[in-house]
Design a protein around this ligand. Sequence first.
Ligand code: URA
Length: 444
Amino acid sequence: MNPVELILKKRNKGTLTPQELNWLITGYRDGLVREYQMSAFLMAVYFNGMTREETLTLTRCMMESGVILDLSDIPGFKVDKHSTGGVGDKVSLILAPIVAAAGVPVPMISGRGLGHTGGTLDKLESIPGFNTGLSLDTYRRQLRETGAVLIGQTKDLAPVDKEMYGLRDVTGTVESIPLISGSIMSKKLAEGIDGLVLDVKTGTGAFMKTLEDSRALANSLVSIGLGFGKETIAYITNMNEPIGYEVGNWLEVRECIDCMNGAPVPDLMDLTHHLSGTMIYLGKKAGSVEEGIDLSRKMIESGKAMDKWLEIVAAQGGDISVIKNPASRGQAPVQVQVKSSGSGFIGGFDSREIGMTGILLKAGRMAKDDVISPLTGITIHRKTGEPVSPGDVLFTVHADSEKTASEAVARLIQTVEIAPAKPEKLPMILETIDRNTLNFPSNR
Ligand code: URA
């Protein structure tokens, strides 16, 4: 086959056969299909989409591009969570220890920042020494011994996704339902899970801006998961403002440490408990999602989640002294405050722009091999619905230099809307997509 023919077929709105897709994906893995050809193909998919069959085949080919783990010798119903990507989305760092402490094994394979969104791996690596590049043998051993493990894709696991993910990030081809579906589900299906909870974001900071698109993505992801025999539930969640108060790698880890120590960060913790409660339910340690949520809260209150977090960080080589004493990690060289000139209420945020400002500060990447600054980012002082007066601090910018700080300040002031009246605040969880909503037969 010829890659150009396949690119043309998709460019001209054709449907690729399973053989053609398989050839393209394995050809890319093996170097027969070049990066520029894959980039053109991705753009053709971005514009022309894929049929359901093409999306399933794409997912299968991406999953089969590497090893498919079998964790059946490790006791327990293994459940992972994946988010479609948001701004300030640090949920995995709190959720993995909660769920593991509740007795459900969490084998978690995460990604790096993509587009304007942050990535769990970049956050974890802001902890000195934390190794997200464990071998698959070590991954299994840690899951068995610690109950949770958080790693990046290895060269063996869905390797094509690793390459395509990086390429999409820098070619403007992220926001595509079939490409996001193939990317997420190929990794998740390869990692040896029994169940999966998906956090499908919607709103200004999500790849899917409308509820309709987010619903279509959630339907696609859940039907792939259930189709491959994995218990899968998706929530469509509100991404109209950054989650919690911090955006930036170490800043977010620090906020998670505070929350594991009991700090009240309502939106972050509501979302976390909902997702971890659902994992605890799927993992058969609770009889309902509500019971799972209660158990999740108890894991924080009893300190068991924090103990598990310390265990995970230590097992992966991280410096637990900075977890016990976060101030010892220091801060970025420059801090600048952004103040309100108007008065009223915070009406909302352009969260994507806040994520892009994070990239400007080097908390995320502009190009595939850019090096992240672990301590930079943005603190948000007022959230949607809170009152503001002139002179109130809206953001603190944490930067490597005065120059990037002032660029960030100029950008951030445009990202917040000051409204004359208190706006209605959307709940975090907007919709649930599961086997019932998709009419899949029950198996419980
Ligand atoms: N997360 C992924 O793993 N892949 C995507 O394409 C988007 C979010």
